[in-house]
Design a protein around this ligand. Structure first.
Ligand code: NDP
Length: 279
């Protein structure tokens, strides 16, 4: 079997164009504030990408770059000002934050109505209770890929590999809300390959280069690779051994060009959603 390729880049381009059209029709300019503390190179690249994508969609992007020495209290003060700023609809604090800043306290300081990352406990609670409001961008992007590819979630056995608050847990909640039978696997799971082999839909979000091998995949399964790993030789790979797994899977996302572009497109959509609700 040769898997269908799930082209996240193309799906994301369509979604971005849809968001841009809705922004034009809305008759106002949504505002997105992105806060970057310190100079982590990967975070700087992500922030630049988000800034450019927002502008292209007609969203006013305000990138706030703060030195690594910024105190938690200074950061909370900036968030408070953005919460009160009527021109700002979405606030995103790029993670990870430098040591000494409590990321959870920062997330909880963001007005839930402007929490376009969907990490605030209020939005996490809505998602966990099956009434998603602002949903974390990466799992939201995965759900859109499944929908566009016509992959049935209702009744499907889904295995989510990874249980982080950013990807694994919200991913499992969304799949459950979409009527899948969901297993969450993690570093303490016994016999990971056997768990994965039961999956009609396998979502890998562990951050371990090419950990998922071909004999972990049920023939014909849909394999979604969230992982982004930089190898010592500079190559970017996912958590799934792409070549061998695509010979077994029914559909598979590549890295790069799979889930990554959807994350950015869903951030734009969340910003528009937040703006339309607020205004
Ligand atoms: P975290 O490190 O927060 O979580 C990783 C999860 O994987 C944990 O639950 C951990 O288990 C589990 N895990 C780690 N090693 C193993 C193992 N050997 N066997 C089984 N489970 C394991 O990572 P994130 O969720 O933030 O990110 C995961 C990956 O997704 C990363 O590569 C990241 O770069 C990428 N990513 C990609 C995005 C995109 O837009 N495409 C967006 C966000 C992340 P335990 O809880 O037991 O420790």
């Amino acid at each position: 079997m040769t898997a269908r390729l799930i082209d996240g880049k193309a799906v994301a381009a369509t979604l971005r164009a849809e968001v841009a059209a809705k922004v034009r029709a809305a008759g106002f300019t949504p505002g997105l504030a992105v806060i970057l503390v310190g100079g982590d190179p990967a975070s700087s690249v992500y922030v630049r990408t988000k800034d450019r994508a927002a502008r292209e969609a007609g969203i006013e992007a305000r990138t706030i770059r703060l030195p690594a020495e910024t105190t938690q209290s200074d950061l909370l003060g900036i968030i408070q000002a953005l919460n009160e700023d009527p021109a700002i609809d979405g606030i995103l604090v790029q993670l990870p934050l430098p040591r000494g800043i409590d990321a959870q306290a920062v997330i909880e300081a963001i007005d839930p109505a402007k929490d376009v990352d969907g990490f605030h406990p209020v939005n996490v609670g809505h998602l966990a209770s099956g009434r998603p409001t602002l949903v974390p961008c990466t799992p939201l992007g995965v759900m859109k890929l499944l929908r566009v590819m016509g992959i049935e979630t209702s009744g499907a056995r889904a295995v989510v590999l990874g249980r982080s608050a950013i990807v694994g847990r919200p991913m499992a909640s969304l799949l459950l809300t979409a009527d899948a039978t969901v297993t969450i696997a993690h570093s303490r799971t016994r016999d990971l390959p056997a768990e994965c082999r039961g999956a009609d839909i396998l979502v890998a979000a562990v951050g371990r280069p090419e950990m998922v091998r071909a004999d972990w995949i049920k023939p014909g399964a849909t394999v979604i690779d969230v992982g982004i790993n930089r190898l010592p030789d500079g190559r970017l790979v996912g958590d799934v051994a792409f070549e061998s797994c695509s010979a077994v899977a029914g559909a598979i996302t590549p890295v790069p060009g799979g889930v990554g572009p959807m994350t950015v497109a869903c951030l734009l959509e969340n910003t528009l959603t937040a703006a339309l609700r607020r205004r």
